[in-house]
Design a binder for this molecule. Structure first.
Ligand code: JEH
Length: 234
């Protein structure tokens, strides 16, 4: 998989090239490249923003640097890329969408700042690839960088061979839509807090039943919105 990231803060992504993603890149499964949007400006001040038509607070990103960036990144590409623009007005990014995007060959993330990007860029980008406006969730960020990092981490760990422990992905693919059960490790009593007795019993059926009950109880109290979609046959 090839991932191109366009941002006015490309160094935000330096941390992403470490650990998980670093290993994926070394193994040749992932090619991750960051690009500075200002490289596609041609004025002395490398201007990427301008005032909004119709008035209003803040600035809007100019379309031309974005068009030149997208032209350059799609020029020699074998395949029609998926072009993701993080946006508070996008479809909400979910695990299902991460799974879908993990099977694509080429992703481009366009990270906006200020009040966002001139709307015509999304239409122009549609002539170069499949455009997706995606939101990380219903809260306001200052730009698309943090959202892109979260989405890339969620997508890349699903590429076969990227996650260290494939067992955890097998477990995930059998997910039932419930929250996880609680986990404990040694010591069995820590600062007067014992591990639940059943986990020390060696009774595997009792442990499985207890964990399942914990999952239902936590989902009911913390995420009642998940209950309708959860597998009730367990
Ligand atoms: C934010 C890309 C580019 C800030 C505010 C407004 C909200 C009402 N989950 C996410 N939140 N924010 C972003 C995101 C994702 N993905 C995100 C971005 C950019 C992504 C620039 N910004 C900053 C920004 C306008 N407000 C949006 N409205 C519903 C709360 C009020 C207006 C636009 C851009």
């Amino acid at each position: 998989m090839r991932i191109d990231i366009v941002s006015i803060f490309p160094s935000y992504f330096d941390g992403l090239t470490l650990s998980l993603l670093g290993r994926a890149q070394d193994s040749g499964l992932l090619q991750l490249r960051t690009h500075d949007l200002r490289d596609w400006t041609h004025d002395r001040h490398r201007t990427v923003d301008d005032t909004p038509y119709g008035g209003g607070a803040g600035m809007v990103m100019k379309p031309e640097p974005w068009a030149q960036a997208l032209d350059a990144l799609t020029a020699n590409a074998e395949q029609h890329p998926t072009i993701i623009f993080p946006s508070p007005a996008g479809e909400v990014f979910t695990q299902e969408k991460a799974r879908e995007l993990a099977s694509t060959q080429h992703l481009i993330f366009g990270c906006g700042r200020y009040e966002g990007i001139d709307e015509r860029v999304f239409d122009y980008a549609s002539s170069l690839g499949s455009v997706r406006l995606m939101s990380l969730g219903d809260y306001v960020l200052n730009g698309g960088e943090v959202a892109s990092m979260a989405m890339i981490e969620a997508i890349v760990r699903l590429i076969p061979g990227v996650v260290g422990n494939p067992d955890s992905l097998v477990e995930e693919s059998h997910e039932d839509g419930l929250l996880e059960y609680p986990s404990y490790t040694k010591p069995s009593t820590w600062r007067d807090r014992p591990v639940p007795e059943v986990l020390l019993s060696g009774n595997h059926a009792a442990i499985a039943a207890w964990r399942r009950e914990q999952q239902w109880e936590r989902t009911r109290t913390r995420r009642p919105d998940l209950i309708d979609g959860a597998a009730s046959d367990q």
